[in-house]
Structures are given as C-alpha cells and as structure tokens.
Design a protein. Structure first.
Length: 503
C-alpha cells in the first residue's frame, strides 16, 4: 500500500502543468539529441545545468531525465534509416536495423524499436519504484565507514568498466578528485589549492567543469575531424505496422533485454551501452538461427533497444538511493541536485518525496510521450540531419558561455570553462575517457567527508573500515573486482567488448 500511496503522490506531482511541460521538453530535446550524431546527452545536460538554477528541483530533474532516456529513443531512428547511430548504444541497433531498412522493412524496425523501448522503460520504472525504499532503508543504517567503502567500491567499478586502459581510468578518477578538493577545507576553514585566487575559495564551479569537459571539448574534437553529415541515403518508410510474426519473434528478446538492461543499469559504468551489447550477444547465442544476425534479424533490434532504455532508467537507482552516480550522466544529475541544495542519497526519498516519486511517475509519462513523438515525426528527425555543423557548433558555444556566465555572473567561470574544454580535448586526444574525471570530481567531497568523519569517530584509527562488518565486506568486494579484472582472460574479454562497442 505504501508504494500505491507513493505513486499517487508521484503522479499528482508529475501531472502538474509545469512538470508536464518540462517532461515533454526533456523527451523532445532528448530525441533531437539522440538523432544528431556527435553531440550526445552528456554534453547537452551539461549545457542545460545553468537553467536548473531557475527551475524547481522536481522540474529540473524531470527535464534532465527526459533528455537522458529520450536520447536512447532518438538514437535508434537514424541508426535504422541511415546506419548512422546518434548514440553509442544505438550502434548495436544499426547492425540489423539498417539491414532491415535495406530490405524495405524500415517501418517494422522502427515500430519494434519503439515498442521495445516503451515496454523496457515501463519495466525499469517499476523496478525503480520497488527497489527505492528498501535500498534507502539499508543506506540510512550506514555510518561514515560504510559510506566511504561504498563510494570507493563505486569508483573501483566505474574504473574497471570504463572504456580503455584501467590505469588511465584510475588516473582520470584521481585527477577529478584533486580538482574536487580545490576550495575551502570543511574542517579547518583554510583555503587549499587555490593558488591565491579568491574566486576558487568556494571550489571549482561544477557547471563550468561539466560543460567544458564534455560540451566544449566535444565541439573542438568535431571541428578537428571536420564533422559533417555529408550525403546521406535514407531508407524509405512504408508501413509502421509490424506483422504478427515480427511481434512474436520480438516478444522474448524484449523481455530478456528489459531484465538484462535493468540489472546492468544499476552497475557503475554499466548503463545503456554495455546493456545493449550484452543483450545482442545473448540473443545471438540463444537464437536457433544465429547466422541471421547481422543480416536483418528483428531480434537484433528488439533486444538492444529494450536493454539500452532499461539500463538508462535504472541507472537512477544508485544515484537517488545511495548518492553514488554510476556514470557521468548521473554525476551531472547529482550536480543538478546539489545546485538546488539537495544532497543525493537515501534522505531524498524521505525528505523530498514529491521530487523522488514525481520523477518516477514522470518516467512513465515520458515513455508514453516518446512513443507518440517518435513514430509520426520520423521524417522531421531525419531532416534535422541536414543542419550543417558550421551553424550548429557556433550556436552551442554561444549558448554554453551565456549559461556558464549567468550562474554566478562571473567572468572567471568563463576561464574555467575554457580551461576544462581544452583539458577535455587533450584527454580525448590521448585516449583518456573523461567520464571517470567527472565522477571523481563529484564524489571527492563525499569521499573526503565520510573518510574524515569515520576517523574522527574512531580517534584516527584506520581499523574502523575493517572492524565494521558491512564496510569490510564492501572493501572485500572492491578488492575482488580489481583481482578479477586483472586476470588475463577477463581483461581480454573486456578489451574485445569495448573494441566492439567502438566499431
């Protein structure tokens, strides 16, 4: 009954005119971003963080969430019609989706992708509603030692599941943490790492860091690559109505993809990308005709599209209930909450019930909006690809600088934006993933606070992290993860998986 009452509260919050508008705006913009290659939801959400200063916490989180899971829908459209994935996770959909389009079944592939995404999104939202309260209750029983160990585990898993070298991933985490420590020491009140600049006394501005490391660096990379959509051949769309046989073939993959995506979305570093690739591999192994995969198997569209949407939505669980963002996008969401003076974690469920349950209810509403938006407007999304980057990129730069400046009306923040934009560009040039940097930057304050608090309670005794059974267990899991990934067989499998994801 508690869940029923909470859902009633959630829908009463989500169905207000303001929140409905921002839900619609989020999923519409998310679809737009998903269709356009080279921008992505991370950079978009980073650019929109300044707007959240002027919105209510609930409205801002509903809009940002809509952008995230809406981009998963949009990415499949161009992946199927043009073999041009708008999102990395949609590159799996393109394998069989584009082959179906070449056979004149583009409408069927689009319809199955939309149906699978809607079912998976609905299922994932149901999982969030069921898991939220138990996880929050468990987290409320944690002390500082347990929280420190839990955050450390999240950092370890994020590093091991990140693309590229583990050593580089850990270096990026530590670099982000160093920048996160800039400002005023919370215990002594002394300035640290400010180099005499009073503007850094409150720390490095999160919005400027996020926008620079993702948005501006992505623009610089696109300019370097002379990004252009070029001449694109679009598959013809005949009927959007799948046959009974297609629905029958897709039912199992949609169910399995939804479950697999929901589970993997909770894991740090998992999210939509690994969910999509894992579900595709699973369906190929289970299929009686694996030779059809890669040549237009409808299961190859249904499974990854279901998995990436489920994974995108369940990745909210650790951020909202434990206060630990599992990926860079969730770190931005956590930053949006902190901007509003709300600390992500178990207290959000109890102290901000309208925000928490309103967000969950908005996901159901947003998924329904996306089905209505995506299929009738396919032609519009395709025509957006004709916008040249020479127009789009300068507009993004102007919007970014205005957004960063208006946060604090500070010119210094523009220098911060430029610095981290160049830093992000250099990181990418040297094949260092920037997502661990942002995760380290956001989590550094929490990690330091719980570490120092645990030592204060134990009179400086480091044994406190081992003598507490839950903390010791979490640290043991973290050590086990490191040992497993260090094994040659696991490391080889990991390298192959990420090599495939970048093809």
């Amino acid at each position: 009954m508690d869940i029923l009452h909470n859902l009633i509260l959630g829908f009463s919050t989500a169905l207000t005119p303001e929140n409905l508008f921002y839900c619609f705006a989020g999923v519409l913009l998310g679809t737009f971003i998903g269709v356009l290659p080279g921008l992505g939801p991370t950079a978009t959400i980073a650019m929109l963080l300044p707007i959240t200063y002027y919105l209510s916490p609930t409205a801002s989180l509903i809009m940002l969430a809509g952008i995230y899971y809406g981009s998963q829908y949009g990415g499949s459209t161009t992946a199927i019609l043009m073999n041009l994935p708008g999102e990395v996770s949609s590159s799996v959909t393109a394998i069989d989706g584009y082959q179906l389009a070449r056979k004149g079944k583009a409408g069927t592939a689009l319809a199955i992708a939309a149906i699978g995404s809607f079912i998976a999104g609905t299922f994932a939202t149901f999982v969030i509603a069921l898991a939220a309260m138990p996880l929050s209750d468990i987290a409320l029983s944690f002390g500082s030692a347990e929280y420190f160990s839990l955050i450390l585990l999240g950092i370890v898993i994020s590093t091991t599941l990140a693309h590229g070298s583990m050593v580089r991933g850990m270096a990026m985490i530590l670099t982000g943490m160093l920048f996160g420590l800039v400002g005023t020491d919370p215990e002594t009140g002394m300035f640290r790492f400010t180099f005499g600049m009073i503007e850094l006394s409150d720390g490095v501005e999160t919005v400027a860091v996020a926008l620079g490391i993702f948005g501006l660096s992505e623009i610089l990379r696109n300019l370097e690559q002379n990004a252009s959509t070029g001449a694109i051949t679009t598959a013809k769309i005949t009927s959007l109505m799948p046959s009974r046989e297609d629905l029958k073939k897709s039912a199992g993959p949609i169910m399995r993809g939804s479950v697999l995506g929901a589970v993997m979305g909770v894991l740090p570093g998992g999210g939509s990308i690994l969910s999509a690739f894992s579900s595709y591999a699973l369906e190929k192994k289970l299929s009686r005709h694996p030779e059809q995969f890669g040549h237009g198997a409808i299961e190859g569209v249904a499974a990854p599209e279901s998995a990436n949407n489920a994974g995108a939505q369940t990745s909210f669980i650790p951020m909202l209930t434990l206060g630990i963002p599992p990926n860079a996008l969730m770190a931005l969401m956590a930053g949006a909450l902190m901007i509003q003076g709300i600390t992500p974690g178990p207290n959000v469920v109890y102290q901000q019930p309208e925000l928490f349950w309103g967000l969950i209810a908005s996901m159901w509403i947003g998924n329904a909006m996306l089905v209505i938006l995506n299929l009738p407007l396919v032609g519009l999304w395709v025509s957006l690809l004709k916008i040249p980057y020479s127009i789009m990129l300068p507009a993004i730069v102007v919007f970014s600088t205005l957004g960063v400046y208006t946060v604090n009306n500070s010119g210094f923040d523009l220098y911060t934006l430029l610095f981290f934009g160049l830093a992000g560009y250099l990181f990418r040039r040297f094949d260092c993933e920037v997502a661990p940097f942002l995760i380290g930057f956001v989590l550094s304050g929490l990690l330091e606070t719980h570490f120092r608090r645990a030592l204060s309670f134990s009179s400086g005794n480091l044994d406190t992290f081992i003598t507490h059974p839950i903390s010791a267990g979490i640290l043991a899991v973290a050590a086990l993860v490191i040992l497993l990934v260090a094994m040659p067989s696991v490391r080889k499998t990991r390298e192959v998986a990420f090599a495939d994801s970048e093809d």
